[in-house]
Design a binder for this molecule. Sequence first.
Ligand code: ATP
Length: 230
Amino acid sequence: MLEILNLTVVRGQGPGQHSISLPALSLASGDVWAVTGESGCGKSTLLEAIGLLLKPETIGHFELGRTDVAALIQQGDEPALARLRAEKLGFVLQQGGLLPFLSIRDNITLPRRLLGLPAWSERLAHCCTTLRLESALDKRPAALSIGERQRAAFIRAIAHEPDLLLADEPTAALDPHHAYTLLELFLALVREMGMAALIVSHDWPLVQGFGLPRITACSMPGATTFELVG
Ligand SMILES: Nc1ncnc2c1ncn2[C@@H]1O[C@H](COP(=O)(O)OP(=O)(O)OP(=O)(O)O)[C@@H](O)[C@H]1O
């Protein structure tokens, strides 16, 4: 589903420049990897580059589904990249990123409506039941607990049934018990829906508790290489 070779991203300029590289990554349906490393090493940057939000400096091979993403990047085909991002990728942001003026129902159906899909689906109803969110659907984000908001942000990210879920610290604001419960539910749904996922986490005991394989940072001043630790 996802094949990447020799991805390099450069952040900043001059002496503050930081280069981030990923020599190889191959994900199949149902694969979930944790991305770990010290603060500032480039985890979010890596996710942004894989999420087609940031143009890589170099790319050897980048295939998502059957699409040659590297060719689209080299051609600068922004409309095709935007379509791919909307259809094939789902994002869970650190702060949730729910729109405050929409109800939770409208927030989570937004990606489907933007793609011209029916707003509601049986799968979406099942996700809301699994993540115990039915009673929150008609509320605005401000009326929810942080945990409820994070669950809603997760459902919004998978509402359009993307191939690849990219989650940046999805449990950061939760206590260990709620973080564990939420990640357990995330993993069950990701695998049930046949997606692949990359989850950035600082929480090593949590990652270890689920036995997730890791993409981990090997850092030197100004340069990080991400390595796969099965
Ligand atoms: N928009 C930007 N412009 C220039 N440099 C940036 C930008 N965003 C991040 N950086 C730099 O890129 C490097 C990697 O940052 P990034 O946010 O990817 O790290 P991280 O591992 O996700 O950090 P954290 O765990 O603290 O969130 C850092 O040196 C950071 O200062």
